[in-house]
Design a protein around this ligand. Structure first.
Ligand SMILES: [Zn+2]
Length: 431
């Protein structure tokens, strides 16, 4: 055997894909691996200069300085991407979207710009219920075509994993259809889609004034059918939507059925929904614009609940209150950033813009903001073991940016810096 081994040395498995000459490689590595990044760890992660990333299949198998690259594994079969000194980083993780809906609310936006109030628009049949009507009336094929078109837009912005909530059906058939469409959309194109059930978005007209009865209906009739279909259950805890006690009961039932938990809370009022959900073990608490310091402390103490901040929402709604990002970071709360893509309060897929606005309006620093759209956003989807950083063994979701210095990321306000998207080790042709 010894002789055979010396006569026929094992042939190294070639890399299937190599990104070489990364001027700056934002690995996001170096912090704790058992919990989201908080405090100083949000900025302590590693940046390699003049580096490479190599993959076999859909996994990363080597990361390091160019001087350490094993050229023997670079063969004619290897797809080589020469970053030419540019910035390379993990694919963006978009951890809060309402991907699947029909129609749009451009006309309503015009009315708002001309001074009509949200309540005026609601009273005339506008607002979320107009999207519900359009969505209920749309065919499954139409909803799927819309979702695929939006996913393609997200992919061009470098989003490689995306959470997609239901919530514009508000009846059993339509809500199940929306989750089905999200899953099917995930199968038909490369961006990984994580479905969340948000049947508890608002109280539907059929249950007007009977929010608790609607939640009972969802918990009894709909949630059992979603096991294995939707990973998370979410609820909009807000005045005019669902109260904290009703939200608590509903989320507790969802948890018993095995779902991960999320909540929309403290968007417009400080009701205490975020801290309540963190104590139930929610994977994320989202919005947090009106979160108070005491509740932030309770979320930090809960340990693993990520506060998902959505800076484009107050911008689009022309509100002056943004989530207290700086304060949350200083209190040790794990933070992530997302667009909240939806037809009413944020019709933007531009997570780069959200990142810049978080720096401008929430006090994020550059490295904190980058961590918040990658590794911590992966934590907000319970996917941090798989994605969010460039380390050996993780899925090879990566971006080459047309930038030489990552300080430029929040600076080119509203631009898309993505030059090349790689998803699961596959270079996307049209990116
Ligand atoms: Zn939302």
């Amino acid at each position: 055997m010894q002789l055979r081994a010396s006569l026929f040395p094992p042939c190294p498995v070639p890399y299937s894909l190599l990104i070489r000459n990364c001027g700056q490689l934002l690995t996001l590595a170096g912090g704790p691996t058992d919990r989201p990044l908080t405090g100083a760890a949000l900025t302590d992660w590693q940046v390699l200069t003049d580096a490479f990333v190599a993959c076999e299949g859909e996994r990363i198998v080597a990361v390091g300085p160019m001087a350490a690259l094993d050229e023997a594994k670079v063969t004619a079969e290897t797809v080589v991407v020469d970053a030419g000194g540019r910035v390379v980083m993990p694919g963006l993780v978009e951890c809060h979207t309402h991907l699947v809906f029909a129609g749009n609310r451009a006309q309503e936006f015009q009315r708002k710009l001309q001074g009509e109030s949200y309540l005026d628009i609601l009273a005339s049949g506008g607002g979320i219920l107009s999207t519900v009507r359009a969505t209920r009336a749309a065919s499954e094929a139409e909803l799927l075509a819309n979702a695929l078109r939006h996913l393609e837009g997200f992919r061009r912005y470098g989003i490689t994993t995306l959470e997609a909530k239901s919530g514009y059906g508000l009846d059993k058939d339509t809500e199940l259809r929306l989750v089905r469409v999200a899953r099917e959309a995930g199968r038909r194109q490369p961006v990984r889609v994580v479905p969340t059930f948000l049947g508890a978005h608002v109280v539907p007209p059929e249950y007007k004034g009977r929010g608790a009865a609607y939640l009972d209906f969802l918990a009894t009739e709909v949630l059992p059918e979603l096991r294995g279909e939707a990973e998370f259950v979410d609820i909009f805890c807000e005045e005019g939507a669902f109260s904290v006690p009703d939200s608590r009961r509903y989320l507790a039932r969802a948890r018993e059925l095995g779902f991960g938990l999320k909540i929309h809370a403290e968007q417009l009022h400080d009701l205490g929904g975020s801290a309540m959900a963190a104590e139930l073990g929610a994977v994320s608490v989202d919005h947090c614009d009106y979160l108070n310091a005491a509740d932030a402390g309770r979320i930090a103490a809960a340990g693993a609940t990520v506060a998902v901040l959505l800076p484009l929402v107050p911008l689009f709604l022309r509100q002056s209150t943004y989530a207290p990002g700086r304060q949350l970071i200083e209190q040790g709360v794990p933070v992530a950033l997302s667009t909240d893509f939806n037809p009413g309060s944020c019709p933007s897929k531009n997570l780069w813009l959200a990142l810049s606005v978080a720096c401008l309006k929430m006090g994020f620093t550059l490295k904190e903001a980058v961590a918040a759209v990658t590794l911590n956003a992966a934590w907000a989807l319970n996917r941090a073991a798989e994605i969010g950083s460039l380390v050996v063994g993780k899925r090879a979701d990566m971006l080459v940016l047309d930038l030489r210095d990552y300080q430029e990321i929040p600076y080119w306000l509203g631009e898309n810096p993505v030059q090349q998207v790689i998803i699961g080790g596959q270079a996307q042709q049209d990116s």
